[in-house]
Design a protein around this ligand. Structure first.
Ligand code: KG4
Length: 341
């Protein structure tokens, strides 16, 4: 089954053709990063406009690269939530018009489910059930993936997402957008024990995260140093901050995996590209003899190939969006897509 998938939830306009959920026939991404860089973050209105300009060309190229036409496509999958509402609407409306004009089934796909599905492409042998740490720019949570379309959240961030905290901390250190990526690159040789950060305390659920206090601690460290006329060593500060974030993610993962007695650990989302997280997770899983899965680097950030992978399983489970499908800025991963027939 050949699926044409579309993604426009943030600042990447992407389209891909994926066969049977696992084989990528083409994947095209038009990134807006350079344009948002001058503002230090994504400007939603600009993102929507650029998606509207790029989407036709991106879809056309995805079909050309796969050496297919729309007549060869069996279904259209599209990210409908969560994300920037204006950005999502561009992809949703484009997908609806394609599906309508060609009489194709339309499948509504949750963005975080797609991030998890990126792993099905990199690891053809991977099947649920497994435990997943989802860490992206807009979301951070721990999920029991019971089946391809059945999820249970066991821990989530109470405030900032891990990627958001990395981006904001990087920005306060004067590193360009996207901060998480640049922090990883620039602080590789920093001393991760140079600065001490407190472990955030989260009440009620020991598996939840909280990153806003850590982010504030970095900003305070920089302000205090400036007031005293002291030099800040950015590679050391960045490495220490990454260590604090990654330790929190790994410690909670360890607690949750033991609590739910899981053996397969999957990491997903943009922050899964982080070199420190990859190293620490590998050590953790080796120590506990757990199997570990990360997406290949090219599939960690937003792309449509992962949407195509998840679309296949959503289609098999009966997900058929109606032409009144809407976009949603927030939506729990567990919830079945609304606006379905
Ligand atoms: O998954 P993603 O592309 O977009 C969302 O769905 O949110 O994640 C983007 C996030 C940004 O916060 C970016 O800074 C972060 O992923 N990121 C990284 C790295 N590459 C991207 N964070 C840490 N280390 C990286 N190598």
């Amino acid at each position: 089954m050949k699926i044409l998938a579309i993604e426009s939830s943030c600042d990447e306009t992407a389209a891909a053709v994926v066969e049977n959920g696992r084989k990528v026939l083409s994947s095209v991404i038009a990134s807006q990063v350079e344009e948002h860089k001058i503002y230090g973050g994504v400007v939603p209105e600009i993102a929507s406009r650029r998606h509207a300009e790029a989407i036709s060309g991106v879809v056309k190229k995805a079909l050309e690269d796969a050496e297919l036409t729309l007549d060869d496509i069996d279904a259209v999958g599209v990210t409908y939530a969560p994300g920037l509402i204006g950005a999502l609407l561009v992809g949703v409306n484009y997908a609806k018009s394609l599906a309508y004009s060609k009489g194709l089934p339309l499948v509504a796909v949750h963005h975080l489910r797609s991030h998890i599905a990126a792993n099905y492409i990199t690891h053809p042998e991977l099947k649920p059930p497994f435990f997943c740490l989802v860490v992206s720019g807009g979301n951070s949570c721990m999920v029991l993936v019971k089946d391809y379309t059945e999820f249970e959240i066991v821990g989530r961030t109470r405030d900032d997402a891990a990627g958001e905290a990395l981006d904001k901390a990087a920005r306060s250190m004067g590193l360009p957008y996207p901060g998480g990526l640049n922090l990883d690159r620039e602080c590789r040789n920093g001393n991760e024990n140079a600065y001490k950060f407190p472990r955030p305390k989260v009440h009620d659920n020991e598996l939840d995260f909280s990153f806003s206090g850590l982010k504030t601690a970095v900003i305070n460290t920089i302000h205090n140093a400036k007031q005293k006329g002291e030099e800040i060593n950015i590679p050391d500060l960045g490495a220490s901050f990454q260590k604090a974030v990654v330790s929190f993610l790994c410690d909670n993962t360890e607690k949750a995996v033991k609590k739910y007695n899981m053996k397969k650990i999957v990491v997903a989302g943009g922050v899964s590209a982080n070199s420190v997280l990859r190293k620490r997770m590998k050590e953790l899983c080796e120590k506990n003899k757990w199997e570990l899965f990360f997406p290949e680097l090219s599939l960690c950030g937003d792309n449509a190939a992962m949407v195509g992978a998840q679309t296949y399983y959503e289609y098999l489970s009966g997900n058929r969006a109606s032409l009144s499908l809407n976009a949603y800025a927030t939506m729990p991963i567990e919830k079945d897509p609304p606006d379905c027939v």
